[in-house]
Design a protein around this ligand. Structure first.
Ligand code: SAM
Length: 461
């Protein structure tokens, strides 16, 4: 398996080739689409021999929308593939830094969440006037232009894969999707936004749900509205409030106007029906989340990941430094073990959320600092000896100054949470240079069906 769950293989002439939607262990027929850094990329046209652990994909948009590349592989086999891929990236990074995955590292069996589908607490969809179709559908003459709501096809900002349900989210969010489709895609409604000429009204739909609380939030993004748009958005608000969400409840519906040209989900809130926030619970802590708050999109995955971090940290006491802390989730779920928690996060809104979440959960021994980790190293210096450090950086990993600083940090244990194992491998080599020893490595599958690989590394002095 390669990046984002692509299949890695070779041509009959033994040339390396990367194919989307070619599950590990399969043999596919593919046509070349290009060559990058000496590796061919190709598009699968037929599955000649399925892998041993083949299973039928649940989603009719499989291989169109690009989101769930591993759906044809049984969950146990997905985990084995992710684990092997993740470890190979860590090993590459270490090797480049002159290190290796020494025999003294305990490589734990891959772990993952129980539900293969319906685990996401958030889905983000785009409206559009052009859809992406399979070749067979194009040959049948099915029209491309119309009114659509779904996911952007890989690499196609101007085409939407029209979906009437997403199997990664549960029933209540799919019902909100159905209600929105009924209102926004009808013939008498304003037309969807067209990113090619910036005309049209409906832009994005973001649906969120607290998996433990059942509270949902629906957020509609449109272009600035004229009279017709105001009426259409109001109709959407009414329909969403009237929707039958089963055991879930609607915390609120928001209408956001976005005058920008870029295809990003942002803008000014124009109307709120109900609340503009909802709650989620993770390992006994309650989090208040606004429409834009960052939160792990797999709640069960977050629980498993934070449990793994807890296992890696071992016994508590002293200060826990939670770097790249977001809304404070890791520090807060593990706060009971420590005398003090200090979180650092770049986004001021997330820090405000972390503060509010600490108060909400009665954790008055946690402090939060807004700033880039690389810019507050002086502050970390004044902390003196620490019991434990957790880092959970974005995909590029640690800033070189941070890696260098942490390599010299005096603490008993450092836990690295990596959404990009390649960054973990590269940064691990720097940490080891400073005397840290990589003792344990876990692959945690937060996002079944997707190529996402999350890893946790434990370092000790
Ligand atoms: C992978 S998220 C982790 C969030 C949190 N630990 C959690 O589990 O929800 C990475 C976080 O790092 C923040 N971030 C990105 N670059 C940063 C930097 N240079 N300094 C501090 N925070 C940064 C992002 O805003 C984001 O909240």
């Amino acid at each position: 398996m390669g990046k984002w769950g692509t299949g890695l293989g070779s041509t009959p002439e033994a040339q390396e080739v990367q194919v989307r939607f070619a599950p590990p262990g399969s043999r596919v027929h593919a046509v070349p689409t290009g060559r990058k850094k000496g590796v061919w990329t190709a598009r699968r046209t037929a599955l000649i021999r399925p892998p041993l652990a083949w299973t039928p994909p649940r989603c009719p948009s499989f291989a169109l929308c690009g989101g769930c590349a591993l759906q044809e592989l049984r969950l146990d086999a997905q985990r084995v593939a992710k684990d092997a891929y993740g470890r190979s990236l860590v090993e590459d990074g270490l090797r480049r830094g002159g290190r290796d995955l020494s025999v003294s590292v305990r490589v734990h069996a891959p772990r993952g969440i129980a539900s293969p589908y319906e685990y996401r607490n958030k889905v983000e969809l785009s409206f559009g006037p052009s859809r992406f179709l399979r070749e067979e559908a194009l040959r049948r003459g099915e029209p491309i232009e119309g009114r659509f709501l779904g996911f952007h096809a890989p690499g196609r900002y101007d085409r939407v894969v029209d979906v009437d349900r997403c199997h990664l989210v549960g029933e209540s969010l799919n019902r909100l999707l159905a209600v929105t489709r009924a209102v926004a895609l009808s013939e008498d409604a304003p037309s969807p936004y067209d990113p090619r000429d910036h005309s049209g009204f409906w832009r994005h739909l973001v649906l969120r749900r607290g998996m433990a609380t059942g509270q949902t939030l629906a957020v509609l993004h449109t272009a600035p509205a004229d009279e017709r748009g105001v009426a259409a958005a109001a109709r959407w608000g009414e329909a969403v409030r009237a929707a039958d969400l089963g055991a879930s409840t609607l915390a609120g519906a928001l209408w956001v106007e976005n005058a920008g040209l870029a295809d990003v989900v942002r803008g000014e809130v124009r109307e709120v029906w109900g609340r503009d926030w909802f709650e989620e619970q993770v390992l006994g802590r309650t989090f208040r989340l606004s429409a834009t708050s960052f939160f792990q999109t797999s709640t069960a995955g977050a629980e498993l990941l934070y449990r793994t971090v807890g296992e890696a940290l071992g016994e508590g006491g002293g200060t826990l430094l939670d770097l790249y802390c977001g809304v404070g989730t890791i520090g807060l779920v593990l706060a009971d073990r420590f005398d003090r928690v200090l979180g650092v996060e770049e986004r001021a809104e997330a820090v405000a959320d972390a503060q509010a979440n600490a108060e909400r959960n009665g954790v008055d021994w946690a402090e939060w600092r807004a700033g880039r980790v690389e810019d507050v190293l002086d502050l970390l210096q004044t902390e003196g000896a620490l019991r434990a450090i957790v880092v959970d950086p974005p995909r590029p990993g640690l800033h070189p100054r941070v890696a260098e600083h942490l390599s010299q940090a005096v603490a008993e244990v450092l836990v690295y949470v990596a959404c990009n194992p390649a960054s973990l491998g590269r940064d691990a080599a720097v940490l080891m240079e400073g005397g840290w020893r990589l003792t344990d490595l876990w692959t945690v599958d937060l996002f079944p069906q997707t190529g996402h690989v999350e890893m946790v590394g434990r370092f000790s002095r």
